[in-house]
Design a protein around this ligand. Structure first.
Ligand code: HEM
Length: 504
């Protein structure tokens, strides 16, 4: 940190007194002439910027990614070539809570990484779960309204959460994860994280494969029970932020091993379910984890607002060798983040140091609020131009992608391969007995304020995932198991119809 300076005003002139307002006489009113006082109050009034619409509560750290293995057959991205070491900034967050929310809430954790690569910034904006609640971009605003505050009471509402989650059966796998012991990590250091979506790689021969990103903690998985979390939240709402900061300060640098899963275009065509549906996972037994390198966090920010609050990540920021996929949920995100940040931080937010690329940026965007660099001086503002600058770089063009089918609003539930309960059932069957018990207890506790019709809807989904899961949840929640079995025979629409009103 730079040596702290003597006090000046906003344009560098010395401030004589920062304690006593200028008054007309020793007991008289303040005069307009106290311009330092006006400046100080006016600035203070504007110190709050809009919080992120979701993921508002978060913590950040710097580090690097070191590539230890060779995946150059899949991608030409320089950041992923063997031996590459790239600086990065990460921001961990909860999703539903506002900026002042407690860290140890039952929620998924956001994990946004900005890699400052030599080919520009690559942002991987993921979570600590391999899947997501929903899969169509239309449902995203509604998910957030359901998990955030009720419009009438201004309070969070378990009824709204569970009503929404159970009306969209694709939520089931993610809900099972969030209700499991992993729903409250002991720290950010003790959790895995994932890119979740299917992305693409292309190599120097312009051959494409589909890929998923995994970061597995080297600190081991550790979680908190509801009781432990409640006690911590009562004592220290910034518990996860403190844990991360303190570990880095004492030199105990957290590390994650980076892996990718790869699926060829041909495999994707023959896959037994939609490989671009974010609510599905690729089984590791079929698409094994391929080791890439090590991500280490080793430096704390110097200023929370400048570096963590003003950080802006977007899945739209990729570099040559890394691309998108037809995942309709990812496609929606490609627009949403930059748009949110133009509102939250302003159109020139990529000039803020934490967001700024380490390489020279020549985007030829001009003007706008808070343009704090030279604004490209007198260089032409248009292309094509006779000076031959701002020319596109066709050598990084992605390979073309074949598409098929008519343009239409397709409902994934109409896809005969779609099964919203298979992955949740597999997870249940993988769990040891004590984990199953915790999942059931957490679900029952979370659903305690929820009406019975919604509990029945969820119980029917549990049953469809695995009869044992359904039976144990039904019994623990005091539901009639025979009724659950009957409900599980209904189609989705019939189940919704049968559980719209509260039941005995
Ligand atoms: C269509 C679906 C989605 C939309 C429209 C969406 C939109 C947004 C928006 C607008 C923000 C706030 C950005 C800002 O103000 O800087 C945000 C934050 C975030 N989102 Fe999403 N999101 C979606 C799905 C997802 C998914 C699937 C993931 C994880 C794979 C994810 C992870 C995150 C994270 C980690 C942040 C916080 C970034 C930070 O730390 O600054 N989101 N999202």
């Amino acid at each position: 940190m730079k040596k702290l300076q003597k006090l000046t005003n906003e344009v560098g002139a010395p401030v004589a007194d920062n304690e006593n307002a200028i008054t007309a006489g020793p007991r008289g009113p303040v005069v307009m002439q106290d311009v330092w006082l006006m400046e100080k109050m006016a600035h203070f009034n504007r110190e709050v910027i809009p919080e992120r619409r979701m993921h508002a509560k978060g913590w950040g750290a710097y580090g690097n990614l070191t590539v230890t293995h060779d995946i150059s057959q899949y991608t030409k991205a320089k950041v992923l070539q063997p031996g590459a070491k790239t600086d990065l900034f990460i921001r961990f967050s909860t999703v539903a809570g506002e900026r002042g929310a407690a860290d140890c809430e039952r929620d998924i954790r956001g994990t946004a990484v900005k890699f400052y690569t030599e080919e520009g910034n690559w942002d991987l904006v993921g979570n600590n779960t391999p899947t997501f609640f929903i899969r169509d971009v239309h449902n995203f605003a509604d998910l957030n309204r359901a998990v955030k505050r009720d419009p009438r009471t201004g309070r969070r509402s378990a009824q709204n959460n569970w009503d929404f989650w159970t009306l969209l059966p694709e939520c089931f796998h993610q809900v099972t994860i969030v209700m499991s012991d992993r729903g409250i990590p002991a720290s950010f250091r003790n959790m895995h994280f994932f890119g979740e979506h299917t992305y693409s790689f292309y190599n120097d021969k312009n051959e494409r494969v589909w890929c998923k990103f995994h970061f597995r903690t080297q600190q081991g998985i550790k979680n908190l029970s509801n009781k432990e979390a409640a006690e911590i939240n009562g004592m220290d709402r910034e518990y996860h932020g403190k844990d991360l900061f303190d570990a880095i300060e004492r030199g105990d640098y957290p590390k994650w091993t980076m892996y990718v899963q790869i699926m060829t275009e041909q495999q994707a065509k023959n896959h037994y379910e939609n490989p671009f549906d974010i609510t599905k996972i690729w089984r590791k037994s079929e698409y094994p984890l391929i080791e890439v390198g090590v991500l280490e966090l080793n430096r704390n920010p110097e200023n929370y607002f400048a570096e963590v609050e003003q950080a802006a990540f977007t899945p739209a920021h990729v570099v040559p060798g890394i691309g998108f996929s037809p995942d309709r949920f990812l496609q929606g995100r490609l627009f949403s983040y930059g748009d949110a940040q133009r509102y939250r931080l302003g159109v020139n937010h990529n000039l803020i140091p934490v967001n700024r690329a380490k390489v020279e940026v020549t985007d030829y965007h001009r003007d706008g609020a808070m343009r704090v660099d030279g604004n490209y001086g007198g260089a032409p503002a248009y292309t094509p131009n006779s000076q031959g600058i701002w020319t596109a770089q066709p050598d990084v063009m992605e390979p073309p992608l074949d598409l098929d089918g008519a343009m239409y609003r397709y409902d994934p539930k109409d896809d005969p391969t779609d099964d919203c309960f298979r992955a949740g059932g597999d997870l249940w069957r993988l769990m040891a007995e004590d984990k199953k018990q915790v999942l059931i207890e957490n679900t029952v506790e979370d659903m305690a304020p929820v009406t019975k019709n919604i509990k029945y809807r969820h119980a029917a989904h549990c049953y469809l995932a695995d009869p044992e899961y359904g039976e144990r949840f039904a019994n623990a929640a005091g539901l009639n198991f025979d009724k659950v079995k009957e409900l599980s025979k209904l189609s989705h629409d019939e189940l919704v119809e049968a559980t719209l009103k509260d039941m005995d």
